[in-house]
Design a protein around this ligand. Structure first.
Ligand code: HEM
Length: 451
């Protein structure tokens, strides 16, 4: 491109996406955001706007957007401006997902040791036991709604590992409803804020507050390691009281659930859907798990899950639970020849490259061995985000996701009665989800009893 046309482009705004279809029929951003973004990226490339000329949001995508987020995001991008209304409603002004700079760095340093593999390695056996127990005691029924089952399992695993407390299934559902309602009303603006006065929402909020207080005050003497919430109180509150209001502390009590349950549920449900679509892959993975000791597994067993690990990576490439993240520009900056203005809301479509044939051949084909080639991925693969806010729970997720999948493959049979390819996507939750009524018939296998 010549210098003049670059200058001209900088004067104009990025193109507005128009007439977007899924290949057959028109689709909208609100109804089908992932497909919408993918089609826009194919049509317009690394930068475009969605919405109308009067009110639009700029989307940055592709390798350059990922690199920008990784390297320079701290200089001119803010998470806070996007999250602030959600944090107001949750009464936690310093919740670390929605703050920038020193207050974010300080909390991240405090939390990082609790999320590292060295800290989680002793929980692996307990994760496996938890899943087997829940599977056999609660969910060996003819038809199990998959998402509540996974949320119950994951909240128990995450809760015991980090907070020494496992929420009840009712508390977990209240958490999920509360989070989805606040985010949809306050940050994504998908629904009216009037919903925040509805009796259902207020009840969920009350349940979540009570849960947070119970976690804070549940100082179980027998808990083996220092709990996340205790570290935050003993170090954070003590050294930086201005960043740990009572509301912030409550938020820290539930943050591992808010960030971890919905996302891992998404990945696991798409994984099971993919296994139902691909019986050959299911059989291959079943052969691998047959060789594994899942009775008392440790980290080495997770490392031995070669195919399962390749499989989960490929699942998150095609179905990235958090396919895009929001930021607000805190300074003017240039991107791909266009000028981004301070104050603009931006969507970083970080998973755009996941279906770009330049980085992943035949991108819409599910290939079990794709990531066996170590050169595949790198900057183009970003299921856990990029830059300062990149997922702190990625290590935990890389343990519980393959472990749970292996456990269900080894200890249960699962069937779907309908046509699995027809299952609709659901965008009412913060993460990419499958139809909330998606139900499987799960039968614990006989050797489960003796395992
Ligand atoms: C498949 C599973 C998961 C996926 C795909 C995922 C994805 C992400 C992404 C994309 C971000 C970046 C958000 C942004 O830049 O605005 C993020 C942040 C975060 N994730 Fe995850 N996540 C997963 C599991 C977990 C788990 C299991 C936990 C904890 C129990 C967790 C805790 C967090 C937290 C606390 C943050 C905020 C980090 C910060 O602001 O510095 N995530 N996650």
């Amino acid at each position: 491109m010549t210098t003049t046309s670059l200058q001209e482009q900088a004067m104009t705004k990025p193109p507005i996406a128009k007439n977007i279809t899924d290949g057959k029929k028109p689709i909208t951003w609100l109804d089908n955001p992932l497909t919408y973004l993918r089609q826009c990226y194919d049509q317009y490339g690394d930068i475009f706007r969605i919405g109308s000329e009067k009110s639009s949001v700029t989307v940055l995508a592709g390798l350059k957007a990922n690199q920008l987020m990784s390297t320079e995001s701290k200089d001119f991008l803010s998470s806070n401006a996007f999250w602030s209304e959600t944090l107001d409603e949750m009464n936690c002004p310093h919740s670390f997902i929605g703050v920038d700079g020193d207050v974010h760095r300080y909390q991240r340093r405090l939390m990082a040791p609790m999320f590292c593999k060295a800290s989680l390695k002793d929980n692996v056996g307990e994760f496996a036991r938890t899943f087997r127990e829940i599977l056999s005691t609660r969910y060996s029924e003819p038809s199990t709604r998959l998402c509540p089952f996974l949320r119950h399992t994951l909240s128990t695993q995450i809760g015991y590992a980090l907070q020494g407390y496992a929420p009840t299934p009712e508390e977990v559902e209240a958490l999920i409803d509360y989070q989805a309602t606040v985010m949809n009303a306050c940050s994504f603006k998908r629904i009216s804020k009037r919903v925040l006065t509805s009796p259902e929402y207020l009840q969920a909020k009350k349940t979540v507050h009570e849960l947070a207080d119970r976690i804070i005050h549940n100082k179980q003497a027998e808990h083996a390691k220092e709990r996340y919430i205790d570290v935050l109180i003993s170090q954070g509150l003590k050294n930086k009281p201005q960043w740990f209001t009572p509301g912030d502390i409550r938020n820290h009590a539930i943050i591992p659930f808010l960030a971890g349950i919905d996302t891992v549920t998404s990945a696991l449900s798409f994984a099971l859907r993919e296994l139902l679509l691909n019986p050959d892959i299911r059989q291959e993975l079943q052969q691998e798990v047959a060789q594994l000791n899942l009775n008392e597994p440790d980290l080495s067993v997770i490392n031995d899950m070669t195919k399962i690990n390749l499989f989960t990576k490929e699942v998150m490439r095609l179905y990235p639970p958090a396919f895009a993240v929001y930021r607000v520009a805190t300074n003017d900056f240039a991107f791909n020849g266009y000028q981004i203005k301070q104050g603009e809301t931006l969507i970083f479509f970080l998973s755009a490259c996941h279906t770009d044939a330049r980085y992943f051949s035949e991108p819409y084909t599910f290939k079990l061995q794709r990531f066996a080639d170590p050169d595949v991925g790198s900057q183009a693969y970003a299921p856990f985000g990029k830059g300062p806010h990149t997922c702190i729970g990625a290590g935990l997720s890389n343990i519980i996701l393959p472990l749970n999948l292996a456990t269900i493959l080894k200890f249960a049979d699962f069937k779907y009665e309908g046509n699995i390819a027809d299952l609709a996507l659901d965008y009412t939750k913060p993460s990419l989800s499958l139809d909330p009524d998606f139900a499987l018939s799960i039968t614990p296998l006989a050797h489960h009893q003796t395992a």
